[in-house]
Write a protein that binds this ligand. Sequence first.
Ligand SMILES: [Zn+2]
Length: 371
Amino acid sequence: MRATASTKPASEILPAIPITQYTPSDNTVHNTLGHISYQHGKQLDVGLPQPSGKAVTCPICITAKTRRTARPLPSDIAKRAQHPWQDVSVDLSGKMRTQGITNVYYFIPFVCNYSGAKIVEFVERNSHFIHAYRRFVARIDGVQPHKLRTDKGGEFMSTELKELLELHFVHHQTRAVDEHYSIGTSENAVGRLRETSIALLLQVNLPSKFWPCAIQHSAFLSNYTSRSRAKPKLTVYELIYQQKADMSKIPPFDAYCTVYRAREQRQGNLDLPSTPGIFVGVGLYQKTLGYMVTDTTLNKLTVTRQHLSFDPQLFPLRLRPTAPPLFRNFHRLTSTQAPASTTTPTQSLPSRVTGLFFLFLLRKHFITEKM
Ligand SMILES: [Zn+2]
């Protein structure tokens, strides 16, 4: 995803290698890849088995991904930028109803118009866009794009941003009022990221404050699975790194997982060698890129690159008999009124914890029995 990426070892951006090996079912692959379409899944080679049987029928897809209108045709490939991150479209999406973890309300997808790669940043207020832009530039190795395409939103028109862009010879192109197609890539990115995130959140029963995790994981999945703009036969990842992606070790969103603890971190000899948790996506948290895992209280998030094991069949939050109504996730994520009441959990934390821990014990029991 970087301009100089092809010379870098892939391990720098690839997250860690978990210990678990498994052969997933068609359904699990569909979930792991963020509810990818059946046709697309058949063409994709990312280290997971391609669907063998009939198309997976998935109520989540029907609910979260149905479209009303056709998308416009893509622009002519020959007229586009020829290198990653030179021509960048960006849009801002929010304000979300629920404040996400790390106190954010908006997400900002930066889209490379050459490859179609996506990098997402988050901000608390739309006027903080410039900080997101700086972090984005740092993530693409500090090289500013040649062209930045935005709409005429106030957050993009600040004097501060204008000065920064002019100082670095960035051509800031704002689209004309009714000319949606010139930043179509980032608007489309917003739509696709929301769509995948809603699908992920819908299947999960995760508290909605975790939406930034779902968005980041959607961007990650998109980079690994969607067709690149420059060479539609290759995925974005394949175009940039010139190698096949291996997603066989990416857990499905919200799968049960454990993070290994070093001996020094355990309390006594009989303490568990790992901490149980729930996988909530691949992404950046507190400046670390890796597997994001929330603990059993759903209040803490950790990132690990090396120490993850997971069970792709076990989804503690989905299985809870006392799960909050599924319809909670149907609420539109965005609202102009931002009613505070929707953020109140319908269920108290202790019962969540007990549920998860019960499952954890149950699972342990199963494993011991088999052995
Ligand atoms: Zn699906």
